[in-house]
Design a protein around this ligand. Structure first.
Ligand SMILES: CC(=O)N[C@H]1[C@@H](OP(=O)(O)OP(=O)(O)OC[C@H]2O[C@@H](n3ccc(=O)[nH]c3=O)[C@H](O)[C@@H]2O)O[C@H](CO)[C@@H](O)[C@@H]1O[C@H](C)C(=O)N[C@@H](C)C(=O)N[C@H](CCC(=O)O)C(=O)O
Ligand SMILES: Nc1ncnc2c1ncn2[C@@H]1O[C@H](COP(=O)(O)OP(=O)(O)OP(=O)(O)O)[C@@H](O)[C@H]1O
Length: 480
């Protein structure tokens, strides 16, 4: 429902000269301005939005929200704010009004999508109408696509209001460091915030390690109210000395409020014994990798911090399923060998995925992978080296060759993986990988994850690794 027009002052803003125009909408993009809109002219990374203030006023903007620097660039009804991004976020929260009653946010270099998805699944399993908002869009009891991990505040608050009006009561959102730095989450009413881990990333934007840390820490020091709960993963030494102003719920392997007492891996998942504030719980996770157990503990900590009973939460964890295409169990052979699909398409990600799989596999690990065309060429031999080091058998195939000659891409990978087999056709490579599996072995098909196409010379051919895995198993073992 579109909010009804109302005075600027109802959004917590006052214009120069005591003006209080009626506002009919909000946007930070001059091209989206309609008569009566508040146009937020933000100091951007590329350009100052106030460059477009006159264009916005010509389109009928009722007022322009900007900073002192921007205000000097045009004439017209102006709201000057020290930090216009914060003012926009708070105004958007007031404009759209409704938000799900129980919301949590999670930040961290890795694990945000998985953790937010697990929070939503736990709430759904406990009977709540819940969503997660992040890299995979809005998912759950209300769905919408999203171009950003953390949407801009106008988009975000429109989503939250629409979801709340549709009956959604619980939401878990990903807080990217860009989103936090650009104040996209200011004005969101959170009950708990989580921090999974902190390693180097995004220095192109944040410039220094310290600035990147500060952007993530802002979830606690600026966005989360003092009465909320901070959930920290103590396993990451980078977080050990961080002391947020909220009360803490810690997770980890040792001495945390929620910690792992014992962990046993098998072909399709892991059994955990965990302790939550002195009470022991035994649980099954049908998820691969020690890091997924960390993400599940983080999600459990967040939903408990937001009001769920620990016993109820631990009871539903065996029903959690991973994010599509992320270490997804795609098929199982008659002999018990397993086939996983993961979107790992960088040297680091291949190494992480193969290492995560290792404790689950009694036999050999086979990997099928390739590298994309028209993209970073330096990673090709590094991917070959990672596969050669961490897998027992490597099959090099095509993965979106785009305009490049596929054989040359494969050759660059094979340079660093001389023992690997070369099979250009991806379906045949998967069939060969599945065929190589004996009892206790596992195949990792890396690269595409949830994607459903193979890009060759400007055309996209339908290709789904999960589907191909099933087809290969059915062809070799008979349909089961
Ligand atoms: C580098 C960056 O983060 N930029 C974001 C930022 O843009 P900006 O404000 O700096 O844009 P700008 O181009 O300098 O323009 C300044 C202002 O002029 C306005 N403008 C511009 C042109 C015009 O004709 N009229 C007009 O009004 C723009 O709307 C903007 O308000 O604010 C915009 C609104 O919130 C974002 O859409 C935009 O995201 C860009 C597109 C982007 O790609 N961001 C990525 C890096 C990002 O945010 N990624 C994280 C995840 C990172 C991860 O974990 O992998 C995410 O949360 O998605
Ligand atoms: N807790 C974790 N610790 C270390 N690595 C992790 C963790 N969780 C996930 N990963 C790795 O990061 C990859 C991406 O996971 P996920 O999508 O949950 O993270 P993210 O922070 O949302 O990243 P993105 O925004 O790029 O999707 C996984 O496939 C895995 O390789």
């Amino acid at each position: 429902m579109t909010p009804a027009p109302r005075p600027l002052s109802s959004l917590g803003l006052s214009a120069r000269g005591g003006l209080d125009p009626v506002i009919t909408g909000i946007t930070a993009d001059s091209r989206a301005v309609k008569p009566g809109f508040l146009f937020a002219a933000l100091p951007g990374v590329a350009v100052h939005g106030a460059t477009y203030a006159m264009a916005a006023l010509e389109r009928g903007a009722a007022a322009v929200l900007t900073d002192a620097k921007g205000a000097a660039l045009f004439q017209g009804p102006t709201v000057v704010a020290e930090d216009p991004r914060e003012a926009l976020a708070r105004a958007a929260a007031l404009w759209f009004g409704a938000q799900p009653a129980t919301m949590v946010a999670v930040t961290g270099t890795n694990g945000k999508t998985s953790t937010a998805t697990f929070c939503r699944q736990i709430w759904n399993l406990l009977g709540h109408a819940a969503i997660n908002i992040g890299t995979t869009g809005v998912e759950g009891s209300w769905a919408a696509p999203s171009s950003h991990t953390t949407p801009d505040p106008v988009t975000l608050h429109a989503m939250l209001a629409a979801a709340a009006e549709a009956g959604v009561t619980h939401a878990a959102m990903e807080a990217s460091s860009h989103g936090l730095d650009q104040r996209r989450l200011d004005g969101v009413r959170l009950k708990a915030g989580g921090w999974t881990n902190f390693t180097q990333d995004h220095l192109d934007y944040h410039k220094t390690f310290e600035a990147y840390f500060a952007a993530k820490a802002a979830l606690f020091t600026r966005v989360l109210p003092p009465e909320a709960v901070a959930v920290l993963n103590l396993e990451d030494p980078a977080l050990a000395d961080f002391h947020p102003p909220q009360s803490l719920l810690t997770v980890g392997k040792h001495e945390a409020d929620l910690h792992i007492l014992g962990q046993r891996y098998d072909a399709t998942g892991q059994d955990l014994r965990v302790s939550f504030r002195g009470v022991t719980h035994q649980l099954r996770l049908n998820l691969i990798g020690g890091f997924q157990a960390e993400n599940v503990l983080m999600a459990a900590g967040l939903v408990i911090a937001a009001g769920e009973k620990p016993g109820d939460v631990f009871a539903v964890l065996p029903q959690l399923t991973g994010v599509r295409g992320r270490m997804q169990l795609a098929a199982t052979r008659r002999n018990g060998a397993t086939v996983f699909v993961d979107y790992a398409h960088t040297p680091d990600a291949i190494e992480t995925a193969l290492q995560a799989l290792r404790p689950h596999v009694m036999g050999r690990i086979v990997v099928v992978f390739g590298a994309g065309g028209d993209r970073d060429t330096t990673k090709r031999p590094l991917m070959g080296a990672a596969a050669a080091k961490w897998a027992d058998v490597a099959i090099v195939t095509d993965d979106n060759p785009r305009s490049e000659e596929p054989a040359l891409i494969r050759a660059a990978i094979l340079q660093a993986a001389p023992e690997a087999t070369e099979v250009g056709d991806r379906a045949e490579a998967i069939l060969r990988g599945v065929d190589a599996l004996g009892p206790g072995d596992a195949l990792l098909i890396a690269g595409k994850g949830h994607e459903t196409g193979q890009v060759i010379k400007g055309d996209i051919y339908p290709f789904d690794d999960v589907e191909q895995a099933s087809i290969a198993v059915a062809a070799l073992d008979g349909v089961i």
